[in-house]
Design a protein around this ligand. Structure first.
Ligand code: GDP
Ligand code: MG
Length: 164
């Protein structure tokens, strides 16, 4: 089976680890799960174009982008950008990360998840500018919730399908 490396990228506490956990283990925890180094999980997915073994790289602990080394990103076939829909500045951060990752990796597929969609009623409405910019960059933006599972499987499968 074809296998591909996919990185989870985004600001602190947006839900990267929780999304992987939901997708791979079908679980969610309210606690902040501190891990050390990089955690690598894998999951086989079936999508319209075939089967793919996704090798998911999640930077644990201190994951501000300036500390993410080229080593971490190298060899990624795609990446999932994550922002917290309740914190518009994390969308800005995701767009900055995207710029650097596109430069490093070349135009690989990526998606932007607006995570924590279960709290949507509390989301501020001032994220329109950043979202318009994401659209301009050709980025697909999807809502997700690691807590309820809404949109999670769909996002990973969408990305996987683009790699087949
Ligand atoms: P990371 O730093 O990006 O890996 O973020 P984590 O996955 O550790 O999540 C940070 C915090 O947000 C934790 O307390 C999670 O329980 C919480 N969290 C993550 N995803 C969601 C979500 O979809 N909804 C809600 N309500 N909380 C979430
Ligand atoms: Mg994490």
């Amino acid at each position: 089976m074809k296998e591909q490396k996919i990185c989870m990228l985004g600001a602190f506490a947006v839900g990267k680890t929780s999304l992987v956990r939901r997708f791979v283990e079908g679980m969610f925890s309210e606690e902040y799960l501190t891990t050390i180094g990089v955690k690598i999980d894998q999951k086989q997915v079936s999508c319209p174009r075939g089967e793919l073994l996704m090798i998911l790289w999640d930077v644990a602990g201190e994951d501000r982008f300036h500390t993410i080394t080229d080593t971490y990103l190298r060899g990624s076939a795609a990446y999932l950008l994550v922002a917290d829909g309740g914190r518009p500045q994390t969308i800005e951060q995701a767009l900055q990360i995207d710029q650097r990752a596109q430069k490093l990796l070349g135009g690989v597929p990526r998606l932007l998840l607006l995570n924590k969609a279960d709290l949507r009623e509390e989301w501020p409405s001032d994220d329109g500018v950043a979202l318009a910019r994401a659209a301009e960059l050709g980025m697909l933006v999807l809502p997700s919730s690691a807590k309820t599972g809404v949109g999670v499987e769909e996002a990973f499968v969408q990305l996987a399908d683009q790699l087949l």
